[in-house]
Ligand binder design. Structure first.
Ligand code: NAD
Length: 477
């Protein structure tokens, strides 16, 4: 772990093992952090942030860019570890370090935007605001893109002048060991700290630490709510939540069915087994083109090669963990029981190499209706549910028929229909004739149970600072 600029063991002296999702073999271990370790990290961060904040914005930005360059210099090593530990396939995973570095560059370039305002409230006085960092802030990360989230989603906090504590996910923690070395060498001691361990111990100690007022969480809605509750027990805290999604992809009949099928399969992120919050896991197709789109989608999904994530030709690897496997298997059972039409998949793959590991087949269910579990609940796995619509209102109602509101994709050549639908769908992030892609500087985040606040844009950086108001009383006192 990285605490106060040093690589340290947990006070417990114990380790957690990480297994390969493909073979279940142990591939590494990380220190089993404790509340004591969190406290050590908080003290180090608290000592470090005033000097970090006192740097000029340009100097802070320069240090962040150097951090990015150091990451790039070890990107192949990070890639190998990350692929082995997450089960995500190697070709698209090459983008993760690049996206992290781009995020560092983006926030490094806008550090001067940490400015305040002057407000002309009275003519005879001067009223103004300045922004100050919280000081010590924390990032709790999920398992699907551990390194990318640890870096890309702390860049805004660093740019604002905070020192950060990162808690990596317990089922894919290994890349954090490399990140510890890089951050130790690239940033001043205590500015970037990493404490590994499980959610109940390390996560909870972060949430309940009195010196951490600002917590940023990416994970499931259940954990997000537990964090809000636990934090509220000890103090008033600022918590941003990026949670799950059950994202609709609405296809109008004026678009070529082949294009829709391509985009819908791409939007599912099968390359990381559908384990992506933004996956468009509910495909809603107009009745006129329903069967044709469905046939093409099935053809494409059947062509996905399931195999070792390290091989460039692999289109889908194993799920991340045993609990992920059990969850997906439970959706196979409920989808069948609820009367969906299984088009492909719906089981573990056959063959000797799949006997061990957390493998399932990429799966498509058709004729899925809003009262079915596989329509309403997030699988966070490689299951695409397909349903149909006839009227605009029906499409809106079905699209909104879950507690989630993270992303939505709308496919039509009629901009009126597209924008009318954007207005009606309760999702924080929409693509018109696109799916899945994130763009640097463009805010991302969810409505409804998918979260609060937005990340990835300038507002993320501003959310890591508090406003201080100053009234200069020039008028007679
Ligand atoms: P999770 O909620 O199980 O765990 C996320 C992190 O929280 C882990 O580091 C875990 O150790 C920690 N944690 C668990 N219990 C905790 C507690 N009581 N206190 C503090 N920390 C605790 O989520 P996961 O299974 O790792 O990730 C999958 C979920 O993440 C899905 O719902 C997915 O949609 C969501 N996700 C959202 C986004 C987004 O940007 N909206 C991105 C990726 C993943």
């Amino acid at each position: 772990m990285l605490i106060g600029g040093e690589l340290v063991h947990a006070r417990s002296g114990e380790f957690d093992l990480s297994v390969s999702p493909a073979t279940e073999e142990v591939i590494g271990r990380v220190p089993r952090g404790t509340a004591d370790d969190v406290d050590r990290a908080v003290k180090a961060a608290d000592a470090a942030w005033p000097d970090w904040f006192a740097l000029t914005p340009l100097a802070r930005g320069r240090a962040m860019r150097d951090f990015g360059q150091a990451l790039l210099s070890r990107s192949e090593e990070i890639l190998r570890v990350e692929v082995a530990d997450t089960g995500n396939t190697i070709t698209p995973m090459r983008g993760d370090v690049g996206f992290a570095v781009d995020s560092l560059d983006y926030y490094a370039g806008i550090t001067h935007e940490m400015k305040g305002q002057t407000i002309p409230s009275t003519h005879e006085n001067i009223h103004m605001t300045i922004r100050e960092p919280y000081g010590v802030v924390a990032r709790i990360a999920p398992f699907n893109h551990p390194l990318m989230f640890a870096v890309a989603r702390t860049a805004a906090a660093l740019a604002a002048g905070n020192a950060v504590i990162v808690k990596p996910p317990e089922t894919s923690p290994l890349s954090a060991m490399i990140l510890s070395e890089i951050a130790r060498d690239a940033l001043p001691p205590g500015v970037f700290n990493i404490v590994t361990g499980d959610g109940r111990t390390v996560g909870n100690a972060i949430v309940q630490h009195p010196l951490i007022k600002r917590i940023a969480f990416i994970g499931s809605p259940q954990t997000g709510r537990a964090i809000q509750r636990a934090a509220a027990d000890v103090a008033v805290k600022h918590i941003s939540l990026e949670l799950g999604g059950k994202n609709p992809f609405v296809a109008f009949p004026d678009v070529d069915p082949g294009e829709i099928a391509d985009a819908a399969v791409r939007g599912m992120n099968f390359a990381w087994q559908g384990q992506s919050c933004g996956s468009t896991s509910r495909l809603l197709v107009h009745t006129d083109i329903y069967e044709e789109v469905l046939a093409r989608v099935v053809e494409k999904v059947q062509a996905i090669r399931v195999g070792l994530p390290q091989l460039p030709e692999t289109g889908m690897g194993p799920l991340n963990s045993r609990s992920q496997l059990e969850k997906v298997l439970s959706f196979f059972a409920s989808a069948t029981a609820e009367g969906t039409r299984l088009m492909t998949g719906g089981k573990r793959p056959d063959g000797e190499m799949f006997a061990k590991g957390f493998w399932v087949e990429p799966t498509v269910y058709a004729d899925v209706e809003p009262d079915m579990r596989v329509w309403r609940e997030e699988v966070f796995g490689p299951i695409l549910s397909v349903g149909k619509w006839t009227t605009f209102e029906e499409a809106v109602e079905k699209a909104n028929g879950t507690e989630y509101g993270l992303t939505a994709a709308i496919w039509t050549n009629n901009i009126n229909d597209a924008l009318k639908m954007v207005r009606r769908i309760r999702s924080g992030h929409t693509w018109i004739n696109g799916s899945s892609a994130h763009f640097i500087g463009v805010p991302f985040g969810g409505m409804k149970s998918s979260g609060v606040e937005r990340e990835e844009g300038i507002e993320e950086m501003l959310s890591y600072a508090e406003t201080k108001t100053i009234n200069i009383m020039l008028a007679k006192r």
